[in-house]
Design a protein around this ligand. Sequence first.
Ligand code: TRP
Ligand code: SF4
Length: 401
Amino acid sequence: MDSQRRVVSGMRPNGRLHLGHYHGVLKSWVKMQHEYQCFFCIVDWHALTTDYASGAEIARNAQDMAVDWLAAGISPSSANLFIQSQVPEHAELHLLLSMICPLSWLERVPSYKELQLDAQHKDLGTYGFLGYPLLQAADILAYRAGVVPVGADQLPHIEFARDVARRFNHLYGSEEDFELKAEAAIRKLGKKSSKLYSSLRKSYQEQGDLDALNTARALLKDQQTITIGDQERLFGYLEGGGRLLLPEPQALLSDTPKVSGLDGGKMAKSASNSIFLRDTPAEIEEKIKRMPTDPARVHRHDPGEPTRCPVWQMHQAHSAEDVCQWAEQGCRSAGIGCLECKAPLIEAIKTELAPLQERAQDYEQNPDLVRSILAEGAEHARDEARETLVVVRQAMGLNHR
Ligand code: TRP
Ligand code: SF4
């Protein structure tokens, strides 16, 4: 198992997905599914941490989310897609990690106070809501995944997961005479490799050289001469501490710009200012025609300023370069009207979404297929998560026979 090749990410099932999700998240998942072993999780328990009183929609939303993912091109033969609550190992790991998770760590996660203030109409003074970052940490650590593609708002949660993993390793990963055993394992690598390992380890520990860390990891992976136990020790020894039971995950920030909404603000879930992946062509047309434009263009002959117009922002995200230039010039010179300007944008988005909508239709008509894809995804995910739980239970002393 190579944690650097493993990806976990999750999304809450709270409504249909829109263009912002597609460009901001799904497109990069589609790419990653060919480069990594991917676990994409519909986090229904997370939805309950804040919407515990309105659970009626969760099951339908989860199916809808699966259809949107599949429509976007997530392929069940390349990636595992599944529903969180169908992999109970996440809950067990959450419970076990709760034993070692300091309350103060949870209380200082920024979203804890922020969301409580935002959502004053519901009581978020609950145990489940406080523990939500730990549940997310369990989602990730259950697969010992090294890579977590998320938006910038999630960085504190990934940092938190790293802290939890480090604490776990520190508490349970150490063994008596660890250093002696690690040094003995180095000697077993053979003369050349052991020298290389030691110098890479030194570069990483003394200068923080990440390339050296990665090279050393690659070196260890190729070793046939040492036992898995020794290999694990040497992975742990690279980063200091003890045996690496739970590798620390890294966030992978997507570099795609935010897709702006129809009103120029952020395209937000379930807001009326979004174009959903499964909006019909007529709905797309209608929504774009209704979009506000530069308020200075009261009359057709008033020149406009594209940088003040949400339509222009959308052109930049969805239209070809020459169309963007045409719109920019036509706007500033009052050479084109706003409806004229919107026409190629409507076409571009319809064309872009057409293949997704075709796929979506297939799955909509075949809900049993979607259910079986999710069930199979959960089965695979469980196989992997079970292995982690064997390690975790044993480390914590639950090795009952
Ligand atoms: N908390 C994330 C969000 O609100 C969703 C999430 C849950 C997640 N578990 C995860 C993301 C694991 C990455 C990895 O967007
Ligand atoms: Fe916006 Fe286009 Fe109208 Fe200019 S011409 S205000 S860019 S819609």
